[in-house]
Structures are given as C-alpha cells and as structure tokens.
Write a protein that binds this ligand. Structure first.
Ligand SMILES: Cc1cc2nc3c(=O)[nH]c(=O)nc-3n(C[C@H](O)[C@H](O)[C@H](O)COP(=O)(O)OP(=O)(O)OC[C@H]3O[C@@H](n4cnc5c(N)ncnc54)[C@H](O)[C@@H]3O)c2cc1C
Length: 465
C-alpha cells in the first residue's frame, strides 16, 4: 500500500463526505492529534472520520477495500502499544462518537453498548441497579469498551473476575469488505460453531471493526475489605502471594507496589495513604460481611510470619489506598522531573509461581544497566508493570532503555510467560509475537488474517500481521 496521491486524496475526501457529511477531516493539525496513543508509536493518517452508525462504518470499509486504503479504528487513544497509531497512513475511524448505551437488561444480566462508550460511564449507568462491568483498567475513566475488547484489557479485579474476554457475549463487527456480522447471541452461553466472539476479542482492529457489543454484567459485591502487608523485599512479597493462592483464597485484587513506587507516592502527597516503607502487597477481598472477614483473617495470618507489618482497611481508608494505587503509573515523573516514563517492557506476565524469579530478574537488569525501574502491578495474575524512566533527550539513556525492555520481555518468555498480560502487542511488541506463540501458531494467525482481510487494509502491520 502506497501513500495516496493528491488527486486520489481529493476524490476519497469527497466520497467520505458523502458517507459521513462534515464528520471527516484532512487538516494537518487534526491529523497530528490522531498520530498516536500513549505509547511511542506514531504515524500520520490521511483522513480522520467520525462515524455515527454501523452503516457508515460499512461504507467506509468498502471504500478502503476498493482503493486499498489502510483503516485504523481508534477508541480513546489510551493504548500503550501503538494499536491505534496509523503507521501506514490511511483513514483513522474515531469510534468515540458511537457512544450510546443501547440496553441494560438486568433480568438477562447483560448490557448492549456501542464501542465508544467509556468504561466508567457504563459502570455509572449500572450502579443504580446494583450491577457492574468488572474489567477495570487504570484508565477506566478514559478508555472505550471497543478499545478494551480489542486489547482484551483487564485490571485490578481480573484476578477474581477475569478479563474482558470473560464478559463479551456478542459482537457486531464490520468486516474488511464492508459485510456486517454478529458473532454471538443474547445468551450467557452457547456452543454453536467456532467461537468468533473470542477471535475478535484481542484482535486489535486487525480483523474487523466492532460497532456494537453485548456484554455480561455482574452484581456488585456487598462488602469489600483490604489487607495491606509490607515486606522487606519484593521477592519475599512474591513468595507470600503464592502461599495465599495455594491455600485456596481468591482475593478480588492482589497488587504489588515496590519501595520505589511508595517513594513516588510520598512525593505526590506528604500525608500518603500508604506511608509504609518497604515492598507492599494490597489484597482486597469481596463478598458478604462474614466471608470477607474470614478471608481477611486468613490472609493476615499467612502474611504475619514474613511481613514487616500487616494492617486491615475498609471504607474511606481503603478508597484512599486504591486512589493512591491508581495514581502510580502517571506519578512516576515526580521522582525526577527531568525524566519521562517510557511504556516499554512495562506489561510482562509469568505463571504466578515464577513471580519471585521475574522480580529478581527485573532488579538485576535494571541494576546492571543502571536504569531506574519502578515495579508495581497485578501480581495475583502474575502481571508485573515495570516503569522505566529516562531523560528522553539523552541518547545513551534511550539505548539503555531499549536494551532493558528487550531483556525484560525475553526474561518473561524464558519463564514461560508473556510479553503482554493486558496492554496488547500493537507495534510496540510485534517483534516478539512469533517467538512467544511459536512460528506454527503465528502462521495460523497469519492465515486467519488473510481469510478475513485478504487485502490487508485493517490496521496493517499491527501484531506483525
Ligand atoms: C494511565 C493509563 C492506565 C492504564 N491502565 C491499564 C490497565 O490497568 N489495564 C489495561 O489493560 N490497560 C491499561 N491501559 C491501557 C489502555 O487504557 C487500554 O488498553 C484500553 O483498553 C485502550 O482503550 P482505548 O479506547 O483507549 O483504545 P485505543 O488505544 O484507541 O485502541 C486500542 C486498540 O483497539 C483498536 N480499536 C479501538 N476501537 C475499536 C473498534 N471499535 N473496533 C476494532 N478495533 C478497535 C485500535 O485499533 C487499537 O488497536 C492504561 C493506559 C493508560 C494511559
């Protein structure tokens, strides 16, 4: 696919105007706004369109297919792997305008939404019914359901409630040639044919564009409590987590914040919600009053022998601790205002048993390369977020960062894990996918891509496809 000539551009712009009216732009300033997401991956589109209906998306993709124009779906652009960055130009479909909650069906425990609905808005709409949509990325207040489905996003609650994949029942998808399909029904389970719904979950806009989603929702738990355990070293904290899970307890959240992370939080707030000094694990449990009290007792008992301190929180104190946890990713620059956090090597995951080994490996890599690294994340899922931060004007620091990220990715794979537990592959991690899944499995992915998008117009290059 080559960049469009001026005359072709004019014709395409005219055709797009016929489809979406004035909801199309080719102005250079606006193209810059759509060049990337929250990662380092960028590329300028030729056009941005803001469709309002499935019919419009279908006509746009037919046009793209006819003229071999790349089509890149975009939700809120909060992705961390360059998934919505239009690296080969073409048309960005900004799906944020398709943002209606079409139905909340409590009897069937489902909600039907358009892809541009912001996750937090869905939860606000479900709250009066006592229900919620459990996947909760840290970007909940910004990211769209379409983006979450396309990355199979998750967050702090996935350790108990699972990832987005566990909540998608049906998708309306526009295929590369403009055909519209539904992948499921309004039923909680089905064993009819290939599981197309799951094929599209995590497909990062490379197989089709989601225009509607039928989602399973869950009743909100009545009680939540938190155990905060502080350890002398992160590896030790990791081993305690393994003991908790092996004893049959399933927390509703299980997060690690290492000592550097706590230092960052103290720089943000002189009266921090987590004043501890050490490596902290937050265990949240939810359920009934009696079941949560019992789980809190058991977790505390298991932590006591190895922890420096253990305390229990609920109500506003717990909310304060979670608010501090949500600050972490963005707050890191407080450690050194001259440095910027770069999202690379930031989302590795391993089997839980290997968490202590992963922590040790990351510590060694950072120490050897003399690059500061903050570690936090969903340790109960085996998912460690590593925050590397550098002076972006310093070439030598960039080189160190790239090397550190590569070593972290390879360490996770060597431990039987993944280069991304929830942020996706996009372009940022595309080079690792064949190695992680194996060349045969990767060639199956290539065949699926070819079958559904033979002209390769949908988000070309992403995931190495
Ligand atoms: C501060 C911060 C915290 C974060 N915390 C978390 C976290 O805890 N857990 C987590 O998993 N992620 C997290 N993320 C990453 C990001 O927010 C998620 O990946 C999110 O789901 C992306 O949603 P989005 O709407 O921004 O999608 P975008 O970035 O716009 O797009 C993501 C991908 O989805 C595709 N896409 C978007 N809409 C559609 C559609 N309708 N049809 C087909 N494809 C589509 C795009 O092409 C792209 O490949 C965080 C990001 C930030 C900035």
């Amino acid at each position: 696919m080559t960049r469009l000539t001026e005359i072709v551009m004019m014709n395409i712009l005219q055709e797009l105007k016929e489809i979406v009216g004035d909801r199309v732009s080719a102005s250079p300033g606006e193209m810059c706004c759509y060049a990337g997401d929250a990662s380092q991956v960028v590329g300028l589109p030729d056009f941005v369109v803001r469709p309002e209906s499935t019919g419009q998306v279908s006509r746009i993709l037919r046009l793209c297919s006819e003229h071999l124009i790349p089509a890149v779906a975009r939700g809120a652009g909060t992705g961390l792997a360059g998934g919505c960055s239009p690296v080969r130009g073409g048309i960005v479909l900004d799906m944020s305008g398709m943002n209606r909650i079409l139905e909340i069906d409590i009897e069937n425990q489902q909600a039907i939404v358009e892809p541009g609905v912001i996750a937090e808005k869905l939860n606000s709409a479900l709250k009066p019914y006592g229900f919620f949509f459990p996947p909760d990325p840290g970007s909940l207040a910004m990211c769209t359901i379409g983006g979450m489905i396309s990355y199979n996003s998750s967050g702090m609650r996935s350790v108990k409630y699972g990832t987005v994949r566990n909540y998608v029942l049906d998708l309306e998808v526009v295929l590369a040639d403009g055909r519209v399909i539904h992948t499921g029904k309004k039923v909680l389970k089905s064993s009819a044919g290939y599981d197309l719904t799951r094929l599209f979950v995590g497909s990062e806009g490379t197989l089709g564009i989601i225009t509607r989603a039928g989602l399973k929702i869950a009743p909100m738990p009545r009680t939540r409590k938190l155990v905060l355990a502080c350890f002398d070293e992160a590896e030790n904290a990791g081993r305690t987590v393994i003991r908790i899970f092996s004893s049959g307890i399933t927390p509703s959240a299980c997060e690690i914040l290492d000592r550097t992370t706590l230092q960052v939080l103290k720089l943000c707030d002189p009266m921090p919600a987590i004043p501890e000094d050490g490596d902290v694990i937050l265990f949240e449990v939810d359920g009934t009053e009696s079941s949560t009290s019992e789980a809190v007792r058991q977790i505390s008992e298991i932590c006591q022998p190895t922890a420096k301190s253990v305390r229990i929180a609920d109500g506003p104190e717990m909310d304060g601790i979670w608010a501090a946890r949500r600050l972490v990713g963005a707050a890191i620059s407080r450690l050194d205002p001259m440095k910027t956090r770069i999202y690379m090597g930031e989302d590795v995951g391993v089997p839980i048993k290997e968490i202590p080994a992963l922590i040790k490996k990351v510590q060694q890599i950072a120490a050897k390369l003399d690059i500061p690294a903050m570690k936090y994340g969903h340790i109960g899922d085996g998912n460690l977020h590593v925050a590397l931060f550098i002076d972006v004007m310093n070439k030598e620091q960039w080189e160190k960062l790239l090397l550190a990220a590569d070593k972290i990715h390879r360490a996770a794979m060597e431990l039987g894990g993944t280069v991304s537990s929830e942020h996706g592959i996009g372009l940022a991690r595309a080079e690792y996918l064949p190695e992680q899944v194996g060349t045969e499995a990767f060639s199956v992915m290539q065949s699926i891509k070819k079958a559904l998008d033979p002209k390769g117009i949908l988000n070309p290059g992403k995931m190495g496809l």
